[in-house]
Design a protein around this ligand. Structure first.
Ligand SMILES: Cc1cc2nc3c(=O)[nH]c(=O)nc-3n(C[C@H](O)[C@H](O)[C@H](O)COP(=O)(O)OP(=O)(O)OC[C@H]3O[C@@H](n4cnc5c(N)ncnc54)[C@H](O)[C@@H]3O)c2cc1C
Length: 304
């Protein structure tokens, strides 16, 4: 049996929440409560809390900023551990940026710019943490974390802290060996190349302007809902299937960017999931192309 006092002792005051609505913590702004919502402030307390949860055979799930995640309306009967707002140190040596998992990608990119390091511009408008980014190999406008990441320190499934060099991990299109092996990313090292801060900043502004123009940033979402199927664009397939604006309850295929499912205000997770499933089915019926969600769906699994 899990004891709240023990969690508070491990993590400190103000870092343990019970029955916490996940709609407050994921960018879709939907989702029921997690039995526990935990905010470790450093690697040591993260490891200690995971060891305790494992001892008690209690389910847990690690998140960053929740910007690529759907939590269901029934919530999560376990502990959700967030790195965001916890360990987020960013340090720079030469052309290498060292960042702890909870650091926001926008902050990592801004730190690189301020240190005259180019190559991080694509990441400045991606809303998640660098840990979540590593899991997804986040990318945009022709850049991806794969281009920068030289090392990653992870907590393995069997509880070891291991630092991998580039030849020891895999990053592909919105996928990684970290995710496949259920490893928790603790920190990463990213190397760019020399650049002029003004030029880097201008490029960031330009890319973020393009985002604002093309993406429905005024609505809660998790960015592009589907991965790009080989040889196609998800948004174009969805448009050609006549699904622009397709709506279930408060969830809708954005008319501004057909690749985004948005929460128009009062969506439930079930509405969003139904739109995702309907879009997949209809696109498959029309074009025999299988769309795969990019967004992770936190299914309730007590045995994890
Ligand atoms: C408006 C908008 C625009 C976006 N644009 C882009 C874009 O251009 N390119 C892009 O790639 N993505 C984009 N995204 C999606 C998202 O921001 C990225 O995928 C980001 O990398 C997710 O990071 P996160 O911290 O929010 O992860 P979360 O959503 O919290 O988690 C995502 C997955 O990673 C896992 N995870 C998170 N942190 C860790 C960790 N430290 N160790 C192990 N597992 C972890 C979670 O368990 C989950 O499976 C966008 C999202 C939004 C809302």
């Amino acid at each position: 049996m899990i004891r709240k006092e023990r969690l508070v002792k491990l993590l400190g005051e103000g870092r343990v929440f019970t029955n916490e609505p996940m709609s407050k913590h994921i960018t879709f702004k939907v989702g029921g409560p997690a039995d526990y919502y935990l905010l470790p402030k450093n690697v040591e307390t993260l490891v200690a809390v995971i060891n305790y949860l494992k001892e008690e055979d209690y389910p847990y799930y690690i998140i960053g900023k929740g910007s690529d995640l759907l939590v269901l309306d029934e919530g999560y009967p376990g502990a959700i551990i967030s790195t965001y707002g916890g360990f987020d140190t960013i340090r720079i040596e030469g052309m290498t940026v060292y960042a702890e998992a909870g650091a926001l990608m926008s902050k990592v990119a801004a730190s690189a710019r301020d240190a005259s390091i180019a190559g991080f511009e694509f990441a400045s408008g991606i809303p998640g943490t660098i840990g979540g980014g590593a899991i997804m190999n986040a990318g945009a406008y022709g850049g991806e974390l794969k281009d920068l990441m030289g090392k990653a320190t992870v907590l393995t499934k069997d509880g070891r802290i291991v630092t991998y060099t580039r030849d020891q991990f895999f990053l592909g299109y919105r996928c990684s060996s970290f995710f496949d092996k259920e490893e928790i990313v603790l920190s990463v090292e990213l190397t760019g190349h020399p650049g002029d801060p003004k030029e880097i900043g201008d490029r960031m502004k330009e890319l973020n302007g393009r985002r604002k123009e093309k993406q429905p940033l005024e609505y809660p979402s998790a960015g592009s809902t589907f991965k790009r199927p080989e040889g196609y664009f998800a948004g174009k397939l969805i448009q050609d299937a006549g699904l622009s604006g397709y709506r279930v309850g408060g969830a809708q295929v954005s008319e501004k960017h057909n690749g985004f499912v948005i929460n128009t205000g009062d969506a439930t997770a079930a509405d969003i999931l139904t739109v995702i499933e309907d879009v997949k089915r209809i696109v498959y019926e029309k074009f025999q192309v299988k769309l795969e969600p990019e967004v992770k769906i936190l299914r309730v699994d007590r045995n994890r």
